[in-house]
Design a protein around this ligand. Structure first.
Ligand SMILES: CC(C)(COP(=O)(O)OP(=O)(O)OC[C@H]1O[C@@H](n2cnc3c(N)ncnc32)[C@H](O)[C@@H]1OP(=O)(O)O)[C@@H](O)C(=O)NCCC(=O)NCCS
Length: 165
């Protein structure tokens, strides 16, 4: 099922067929191919399977039948925690991550959430810029949260954004 909310449909160009679809286990091979090109420390197949089994919200963005990107998020009562958002390198810097975030806001609001949370590597400038420009604010720092090199670790910037009632 194509899940675009009416507000977002207006942002899309009519010439390109864009779909927002739920992610299932059948999609994981294509998802993993992007994941492995996009991260130094990608999620494994097991991570995705566990995330889907746990009932998290997971959607993929498909343009002209090509997988462009995806996100996975977890709702806990009135908070939604973004666990993964990725755009395939060939499609980056074209506004797709913003589209995914706008859809996540819409989904979260319609499921009773009042704020979004996420963690991001301190060195991930593209993602930090994306989140700040979207309206997230830093609310904390988790020291040595992520593995970095073979023996080093990297801090996570914790960010949140309130959602309109
Ligand atoms: C971070 C990521 C999701 C952004 O996806 P994207 O589709 O390229 O982002 P958008 O085109 O929607 O960009 C929105 C804004 O984000 C910021 N941004 C995105 N890529 C950027 C880059 N390479 N450098 C600096 N800022 C960047 C900009 O502010 C941009 O707005 P602008 O283009 O008007 O300047 C993508 O780079 C990615 O998948 N990276 C690898 C996975 C990852 O790090 N995910 C986040 C984990 S927390």
């Amino acid at each position: 099922m194509n899940l675009w909310p009416p507000e977002l449909k207006q942002l899309l160009t009519p010439e390109i067929r864009v779909q927002l679809l739920t992610m299932t286990e059948a999609d994981l091979e294509a998802v993993l191919a992007i994941e492995q090109t996009a991260y130094s420390h990608p999620w494994t197949l097991g991570n995705f399977k566990d995330a889907l089994k746990a009932g998290n919200v997971a959607h993929r963005l498909v343009a002209e039948e090509q997988l462009v990107g995806y996100f996975v998020a977890m709702q806990v009562i009135d908070e939604v925690h973004l666990l993964n958002i990725t755009v395939a390198p060939a499609y980056q810097r074209q506004g797709w991550a913003r589209c995914l975030l706008q859809f996540l806001c819409f989904w979260s609001q319609t499921h009773g959430a009042s704020c979004l949370w996420l963690e991001v590597r301190e060195s991930n400038a593209p993602a930090l810029n994306l989140y700040k420009s979207f309206g997230f604010q830093q609310v904390g720092l988790r020291k040595d949260y992520y593995p970095a090199g073979r023996t080093t670790r990297e801090s996570a910037v914790v960010m949140s954004m309130p959602l309109k009632a």
